[in-house]
Design a protein around this ligand. Structure first.
Ligand SMILES: *[C@@H]1O[C@H](CO)[C@@H](O)[C@H](O)[C@H]1NC(C)=O
Ligand SMILES: *[C@@H]1O[C@H](CO)[C@@H](O)[C@H](O)[C@H]1NC(C)=O
Length: 202
């Protein structure tokens, strides 16, 4: 079994990270590249320069296993990690793990996610998902700029992998979404101020 593939051109920017590898026991994916802030157009799907079709290898993975992804550099902004499978449905979303009430607005972080600082991230595949080929989309949404004087809103860091899920079940995925379309720049869930201890969205 060989590579996996996907992804994209990118411009190396300080403190911005890319999911560059699927961590798989027998598949060497090579390096992927991606760029943040892909919201307004089709690049929100799999990122800039993503490709499919001939020449793209597909990794066999067993339903129910946990798949890892390697960000480079480590994830260095606050925000949740998510994962989707296409036809797009979300099967994983990281929850906030720590909220420290503080009045030290705005420069004390009070919302934290487990992926903060992660060298690698791991996401369990559903065991009940029907076997077959999917695009697996790993995404980190950085919320660190929300509500800041220079605030530019959420940033999206994402990559896709071609996977062939084996040994799956018979669940019917619900709540299908489209990329672009799943998110709007105005979504309050993407624009809340993580430094505001009232934490209306927690
Ligand atoms: C992946 O699994 C399929 C069976 O679904 C098999 O035919 C194929 O050879 C496997 N590919 C690799 C690279 O192991
Ligand atoms: C914090 O959030 C609350 C509720 O959304 C809002 O009324 C308040 O103005 C915010 N405070 C700051 C300092 O942003």
């Amino acid at each position: 079994m060989k590579s996996l593939a996907l992804l994209a051109f990118f411009r190396a920017l300080q403190a911005q990270y890319n999911f560059v590898r699927l961590l798989h026991p027998t598949v060497d994916t090579g390096d992927w590249h991606s760029s943040p802030r892909a919201l307004p157009n089709t690049k929100i799907r799999c990122n800039r320069g993503a490709y499919g079709g001939a020449g793209v290898d597909t990794a066999n993975v067993t339903a129910g296993i946990t798949l890892g992804f390697h960000p480079n550099p480590p994830i260095n902004h606050q925000g949740p990690l998510l994962a989707y499978l296409a036809k797009w449905f979300k099967y994983y979303e990281e929850s906030i793990v720590k909220v420290t009430a503080t009045d030290a607005y705005p420069y004390i972080t009070i919302a934290l996610w487990p992926s903060e600082g992660a060298l690698d991230v791991y996401v369990p595949l559903p065991s009940t998902i029907p076997s077959g080929e999917y695009l697996l989309r790993i995404e980190h949404i950085a919320l660190h700029n929300n509500g800041q004087p220079y605030g530019q809103g959420p940033e999206f860091y994402l990559s896709c992998a071609h996977v062939n899920i084996l040994g799956g079940g018979s669940a019917t995925p619900g709540s299908l979404v489209a990329f672009p379309g799943a998110y709007s720049v105005d979504d309050s869930s993407l624009n809340w101020n993580i430094y505001n201890h009232t934490m209306a969205h927690c």
